[in-house]
Design a protein around this ligand. Structure first.
Ligand code: ADP
Ligand code: MG
Length: 250
């Protein structure tokens, strides 16, 4: 689904991503691991349009998507989750889901006025969808809770939920488990797996928790110093001398 070819992203003279090439197969949950500073987040930022590459190419189903803006990628079904912004913390979970851009069609005040009845219908559909998403993620009981009151893990579930409000094809998750307790991490893992199996989502997941990666991901790609060092099953990369060395070197 996604092919990254010889991608570079430099900051001044520093090569955060230094000629990375990799593929994310349709239907996979691909893991991306590597020591701190390996360039994983920078790679995600370039793929998802938050940062332009210095050079290299990214394609999605064969189409060149290099340097497209996040909203253009969003419409193609390529999403990365974002932390819930401060201004959304005083909205409820349900409202947060209903705010997802592209999930509604009330483009202008004029069309809102002309199509008031249709908008109302769409709003009802949106509400239904938001409730389905909350149900799918097993957080229905939090629908009227303010996003700002959620725990770290619950916020991650809500962030995942936002990808479900549009028709995502491939979702990039950066350190979804950071600061999340074991129970919620399992819930998040289950949600990812079910989205993959039941909804056909492809995932690329950055995570430091190797148990989480081992349970979910195949293949696993290892990055170090801006390059792809190894790729394979979790068993293969765990016994790879170069991978062990890269982790020990930090
Ligand atoms: P990872 O996610 O694998 O820990 P990052 O992609 O966040 O790694 O960072 C890779 C390297 O690039 C780090 O050394 C980091 O300090 C550097 N870096 C990331 N973003 C910037 C930036 N905006 N300006 C300068 N250096 C950056
Ligand atoms: Mg990172």
């Amino acid at each position: 689904m996604i092919r990254v070819e010889n991608l570079h992203r430099h900051f001044g003279g520093f090569r955060a991503v230094d000629g990375a090439s990799l593929e994310i197969a349709t239907g996979s949950i691909t893991g991306l691991v590597g020591p701190n500073g390996a360039g994983k987040s920078t790679l995600f930022n370039v793929i998802a349009g938050a940062l332009p590459p210095t050079s290299g190419r990214v394609t999605m189903d064969g189409e060149d998507i290099t340097g497209l803006a996040p909203h253009e990628l969003f419409h193609k079904g390529l999403l990365r989750t974002f932390q819930i912004a401060h201004e959304f913390s005083s909205m409820t979970c349900r409202e947060n889901l209903m705010m997802v851009p592209g999930a509604q069609s009330g483009e202008s005040l004029w069309s809102a006025w002309v199509h008031r009845a249709r908008i109302r219908e769409e709003e009802a559909a949106l509400l239904k969808k938001a409730d389905e998403v909350l149900d799918f993620l097993t957080i229905s009981h939090l629908k009227d809770e303010l996003a700002g009151n959620l725990s770290g893990g619950q916020k991650k579930l809500l962030e995942l939920g936002r990808t479900m409000m549009v028709d995502a094809k491939v979702v990039f998750l950066d350190e979804v488990g950071a600061g999340v307790n074991r129970t919620l991490l399992n819930t998040i893992g289950d949600a990812i797996q079910r989205l993959n199996r039941e909804r056909g989502y492809t995932f690329c997941v950055i995570e430091h928790d190797m148990d989480f990666i081992a349970r979910l991901c195949d293949p696993v790609i290892v990055m170090a110093e801006g390059k792809v060092l190894a790729e394979g099953s979790i068993a293969e990369i765990k016994s790879d001398e170069r991978v062990i060395e890269a982790y020990l070197g930090t």
